[in-house]
Design a protein around this ligand. Sequence first.
Ligand code: MG
Length: 390
Amino acid sequence: MVEKVTRSIVIVGSTGSIGQQALEVVRAHPAELRVVGLAAGKRLDVLARQVHDFKPSYVNAPSLTAAQEWHGAITTTLENLCELPEADLVLIATVGSTGLAPTLTAIRARKLVALANKEVLVMAGQWVMAEAQRVGVPILPVDSEHSAVWQCFAGDCRLGGDLACSSIERIILTASGGAFRDRPIEELAAVSREEALAHPNWVMGPKVTIDSATLMNKGFEVIEAHWLFGLPYEKIDVLLHRESIVHALVEFYDGSLRAALGPPDMRIPVQHALTYPERFPASWPRLKLTEIGKLSFSPLNRRRYPCFNLALDAAKTGGTAPAVLSAADDVAVRLFLEGKIGFADIPNVVDRALQAHRLIAQPTLDDVLDADRRTREDLEASLDRGTRRA
Ligand code: MG
């Protein structure tokens, strides 16, 4: 019988896709997992229902309304929520740069941090990992590929900000190829929002789904892996794997290759992070290998995915470039979802922002935050000018 832990959890971004799936995990383990705080910036009706169902002691929402609307939960600031003395673990399940401040607060309060927000590491991986190392808390990956790498490492390397493990030759992240992997490239300019939101394998929030269609998501994940595992970019490869069954592989220097497989179900990596270092039983649908029959792997067609190339270039440039990449992509995806630009314009918007940016090679965290803010402002301003001309 495995000894169970009783873990008190704060979820930042509880009404998004990952937040809701994390609550399903909590619901499946009511004796061992307890929600002590919930925060959400959107869908406050969903938040109210979550507070009713999970009875956290504290809640954070943009408009701090009367306590009775939150079923007795005490409203508090996001900062307070991330350092609650009664919390053991903070799950950062937001998207975009909003996840950075709560991540740093939770690290400094010595919480276990389960990180689902990849933009936090894309823009500020250096500071987040340095802070985690200084304080001595591990950052637990939630992204399926990184959870898979983490699980492949088990027994060979330890988690904790310096996974740089000398016996690793390389890691391989897999990519499904997104919604348009079989579309002729010349048709991509005309694809609709609805088509782009129909991911072949995964159910995810809109930002991540569009980023998966452009493969910006995979570029972000390479940067995320670089920081999480302390690996140089030359040791991080990406392969196209249409089935989304093998989430990542680790190749050791003796030629041994270890893979982590599972159904494309985010509840599995979410639960792994929430219950680490234990494994809890789960009743999610299982992988039926005989039904899948075969697994395929092929190199990426880089011409199809200009966003992936932009991400790798920004990663290698370093400094403020990844923050500009992330901010510009955030704006570009929103513009696409609002019907203001076409799908094929997304890489152009990001590329223009990167070209226009004056790189700071050795930035401070303030420089990075400034690059994020200015990129957004500049893009909004140029859009306004474009609208006025039109
Ligand atoms: Mg992923």
